[in-house]
Each structure stands twice: as structure tokens, then as C-alpha cells.
Ligand binder design. Structure first.
Ligand SMILES: Nc1ncnc2c1ncn2[C@@H]1O[C@H](COP(=O)(O)OP(=O)(O)OP(=O)(O)O)[C@@H](O)[C@H]1O
Length: 242
């Protein structure tokens, strides 16, 4: 597969001529993790929908480009805020759904390994209705990790998980998505401080870079630079609300 490209979105977005954000200039550097934070309703998920080429109900005035000049949308896999699991399929069938929909033969060994890594081996024949919210989120994560696309967009993928499982799943995602261009939408300063090569704060007027620790991700949760970054980012986010 070709190397994962960087992605750049430049422009403004409006609903019914009321500006939601922009003009902004947001670049996801190739093969790095970009963590996008910002107040609820500022337009983070809308940016993901624009990158995915999905209907937004509004008007985007701008450009979305890949650093290699290739198409953007077909090279993206996406994990939405809601799990989007098919309710009539088992965990295992959901995890291989992408391949089935494309008419491909799924790699069942890879699926089994991922289901095991997200801790759902004993639940793989259950349908989503028989799972907890955190289990459904892990099933959706396994499905996303199963897709081998160069660009991956994750919309609050760990939000329903307990703290220990969340740390484990962050480590799994970082390992499996090595070499891919990733954008993680999160409200969690600790998560961004741990995972981001780049942290970007979205406001109505700008997508602004926020300093990241000098060490490369994935960072140890207890490392002083991770904790320092987390504390400063948290303080800044609280100031923005004041
Ligand atoms: N079809 C629509 N028409 C008008 N406004 C809309 C429409 N769809 C979404 N919105 C509004 O657009 C804004 C941005 O929504 P979006 O989901 O992108 O925000 P977000 O930053 O991801 O929020 P959160 O952090 O809560 O998930 C919200 O205020 C939402 O109410």
C-alpha cells in the first residue's frame, strides 16, 4: 500500500449562512497522530464528516487535499462517536463487515486477534444489544482497526471506557495504526497529551496548535512531561470556558 499522506483542510463552514468555524487551516501531518480538541458544538465532528465526504447539512467553502495529490475520501477509515454497529450481526460479523460489504474474503485470523486484543473473545458471538456501552465501543474499535486504510479518523473512540481499559485501548490503537495518518477527536487532555504528535485546538476562528511534550508518543501516563502537558491543557480549556 502507498505511504499514508498528510491531509490539509482549509476553509470555512456555515449552516444557513451562520458561520460555524473558519477560515481555518488544519493539516494532519503524514503518519502522525493529530489530537483535535475544542468546546462541544464547535464543529469537530463536522470536520470529520467533511473529510469523509459525508452530507453535513451546511456549506463548506474551502479545499481538502492530500499531500501526494491523491484522493482523500476513499483512503479514510472512520470510527464515529456512536458505535454504528449493525444490531443484527454478532461482534465477529461486525468486525469483518467492511470486507464483506466490499465483496472481499475477510482475514478471520486478524479479526480474531483484534477481538482478543479488545477483550471480546468470549463475547464475539453476541449481538450489540447483549453488550455494555464500553464493550460496544471496543467492538467498534476492533472494526476500525481491521480496516487497513492509510488515513484514520477517530471520534472520541475511548469515551465509554473505564480508565484502565482506556489506557490499554490507546496503546492498542497506537500500535496497530503505526504508519497511518490519524486524527483523534477527544475531550480528554490526558489522552491528547499521551497520544498526540500534534495537538490542535479548534475555535470558531482558528485551528490553533497547542504545544506537545518533547518526547514522542505514545507517552507514559505517569511521565512528568505527560502530566505537565495534561495539566496545562486542562487549565487552558477551563480558561476558554470562563
Ligand atoms: N444540519 C444541521 N443544521 C444546523 N446545525 C447543525 C446541523 N448539524 C449539526 N449542527 C450544529 O453544528 C454544530 C457542530 O456540531 P459538531 O457535531 O460538529 O460539533 P462537535 O465539536 O463535534 O461537538 P461535540 O464535542 O459535542 O461532539 C453543533 O452546534 C450542532 O448543533
Amino acid at each position: 500500500m502507498s505511504s499514508a499522506p498528510g491531509i490539509t483542510l482549509r476553509g470555512s463552514f456555515a449552516f444557513d449562512h451562520a458561520r460555524l468555524f473558519g477560515p481555518i487551516d488544519l493539516t494532519l501531518p503524514a503518519r502522525q497522530w493529530t489530537c483535535l480538541l475544542g468546546p462541544s458544538g464547535v464543529g469537530k465532528s463536522t470536520i470529520l464528516r467533511l473529510l469523509l465526504g459525508l452530507e453535513t447539512g451546511g456549506l463548506f467553502d474551502g479545499t481538502i487535499t492530500a499531500s501526494d495529490g491523491g484522493p482523500v475520501t476513499p483512503r479514510i477509515s472512520y470510527m464515529a462517536q456512536s458505535d454504528l454497529l449493525a444490531p443484527w450481526l454478532s461482534v465477529r460479523e461486525n468486525v469483518v463487515l467492511g470486507a464483506r460489504l466490499r465483496g472481499e474474503t475477510p482475514d478471520m485470523d486478524r479479526a480474531a486477534k483484534l477481538i482478543d486484543r479488545v477483550g471480546l473473545s468470549e463475547h464475539q458471538t453476541k449481538t450489540p444489544a447483549a453488550l455494555s456501552g464500553g464493550m460496544r465501543q471496543r467492538a467498534a474499535l476492533a472494526r476500525t482497526l481491521m480496516e487497513d486504510r492509510p488515513v484514520v479518523l477517530l471520534d472520541e473512540p475511548f469515551s465509554a471506557l473505564d480508565a484502565g481499559t482506556r489506557a490499554d485501548m490507546q496503546e492498542l490503537a497506537f500500535e496497530v495504526l503505526a504508519g497511518k495518518t490519524v486524527m483523534l477527536v477527544t475531550h480528554d487532555p490526558a489522552e491528547a497529551s499521551r497520544l498526540g504528535h500534534q495537538i490542535v485546538l479548534l475555535s470558531q476562528d482558528a485551528a490553533s496548535p497547542w504545544p506537545v511534550p518533547g518526547t514522542p508518543p505514545i507517552r507514559d501516563i505517569h511521565a512528568p512531561e505527560t502530566l505537565d502537558s495534561q495539566a496545562k491543557l486542562m487549565a487552558h480549556l477551563r480558561e476558554l470556558r470562563a
